[in-house]
Design a protein around this ligand. Sequence first.
Ligand code: ADP
Length: 741
Amino acid sequence: MKEFLFYVIFALSSITYFVGFSELGRSSRKSIIDRLYFMSAVFSAGWGMFIGLVLIQTDADTAAVFRAIGMVHIIGLLICFTNMIIYWSDIRGRVKRWTACFVWLGVLLYPFLVQRQNVEFSMTAYGMSYRIKPGIWSAVYVAYCSVTAVNMMILIIHMLRRSIHKRERDIAYAMMLCVFIVGFGCAMDAMLQMMGFAALPISTLAQFAAQIVLCRTYRFDNESRVTLENMSKFVYYSVDEPVFVFDEGEHLCIVNNGATIFLGLSAEECCKLQMSDIFVLDRDVFRFRGNKSRVEARCWQKNNICSISIDKIYDDYMDIIGYIVIVHDVTERVRMLERLEREKRRADKANEAKSAFLANMSHEIRTPINAVMGMNEMILRECEEPAIAEYARNIQNASKTLLVLINDILDFSKIESGMMEVIEEEYSLRDMLGALKTECIMRAEEKGLALNFVVPPDTPNDLMGDEVRVRQILLNILTNAVKYTMKGSVTMTVSHEKVTPDVEQFTFAVADTGIGIKEENIDRLFGKFDRVDEEQVHAIEGTGLGLSIVDRLLKLMQGSVTVESVYGQGSVFTVHLQQKVVSDEKVGVLGDDRKKNEKRRKDTTLFVAPDAKILAVDDNKVNLTVIRGLLRKTKVQVTCASSGRECLECVAKEQYDIILLDHMMPAMDGIETLEEMKKMPDNKSRDARVIVLTANAMAGVREMYLEKGFDDYLSKPIDGTLLEQLLMKYLSPECIIQGVE
Ligand code: ADP
């Protein structure tokens, strides 16, 4: 009998060990409750095993040793039990401390409980039995067990009272059952002994029953926790994206709700499908390298475009057990991209058409003005009659105004269409301010105005920025100041402040003593085609475009312009602009550049180069006449060609020093002509400098021409002085004779 009982207990202990270990292995988190459950299983199994061993002993002393080891497990189990209840009841504070400490008293009690003289062993029909001899230690042990049981019950009641969820109550009831089962077992043991019956290890068997309840409770609690294992199922079913799981044989096994909705089939119907039944695929999508693959395919059912991601699932030996397929319906996105692409192409085309139109307009308008201005310049140079010279000067002024107007309109439409670019280059502030002064001084003096430039000598000189545009902005404001001032002065004051070691904040303030602007009109100044105070300004030439260009250009360069004005007394236009400083060079004292420029102008006109050979190529006969006329005084030998083809014939025959080549010509344009010229084996003018002459004056074209291989750029209408300066620059000094009247 005792052997049978021992084997039963041994089997139960083994099962308890096994369950404890497997639960510990399953739990990925290993939290405190996982560890407590595992320890309780170990103690429960140890309790059974060693008390079972006591049963089959014949020698009381050996039995006492096994009982002593068994007692370790009994106390250990009580500690684990109590702590699990503390954990689940979520109690804090004094009660928790008291309960937790009290149960540990068992450790102090242990040495007395296992003392040989305190325990009595006797052989019974069911094997070796024992009891603690009545006395103080038996009473203390009973008290310890009873108080521990009461403590546990208090915690469980507390848990029941404050539980919100049904699962918490279920756990509380289960733990109550555990305490009751163990308590009942111990009570039965004690009672049977008191009644003189041979002791059956009822408490040992009962604690196994309690362990079964505890195991179920632990599992139930585990399933109710937010863990990766528990949540993955919910996540799988709750995602809207269709998710398919295929087995190794590529049969669809599991589908989520998203997938059934996507296919419009039930889960059972879905599971009869293969990948190729769902998507239009021209290859075996499951044969790929690596763990993940992404393909685009159309769905048979709805013809929608899908982006499919496929993940391989592996077993512990890294053999494939299946595939997870997640489907993203990208139909809307693809259609939208196609729409956007179409819109972009349309917009690009419109933009190209606009640029072509602008370039064309620029060319078409400038060509006749070129003729007018060129011819007029010749009249001015050659006419002895003062009255006719006066008419010619009027024509010159009107054509200059017309040119400014055309430039403004072209610039404005470029800014509006977003095609205006800021091209940064190194420039000298001193030179730019000098040129500005030279350009304005004539008009200012004609009106009897003083034009002052106040520039601190320590102002940085070498800057990085779009010189052309900065100059355009300041010139516009200066010209306005001169235009709208009848008497007094116009003063440009430059100041600067360091922003970072290589960036300076510049302030260009242009103050005039002119007609001023009414306060209510100041906001309107920068509107397009808006001229304010019409009755005052109608007699003064203008379109109302200048300031709006200034404002927009400054915005492009992250700058700004502000206005202060007293009506009838004058205005101050202030430009704020940051520029990079590229060297330590300072502006120094600004000289009187007008005299210098006039001298330079004279210098350039006072040279002849009778040996220099120049080839002028333009399809417009008038332009050729203008070039000839402008260069007459220099006595250079000018050959004219009216097409690219003719130009090639000329360079095959003659060695020229400079070729002035028009860009827009029918049949072969200037760029093609240059390319052909460079390829020609019999080009006698291989060393000639080629300067492009063009009516295309859009920003950025200069760089484009230089990139194409031209040596320099001259825009139409041709400025006679600039043309002569270019000749001076590129002709070899030996063929230039200076200082000739
Ligand atoms: P425009 O000078 O061609 O008319 P702008 O855009 O340059 O066009 O100037 C817009 C308006 O602002 C001008 O018509 C004029 O009424 C006013 N304005 C500009 N500068 C001054 C100034 N310095 N003094 C007084 N009024 C000015």
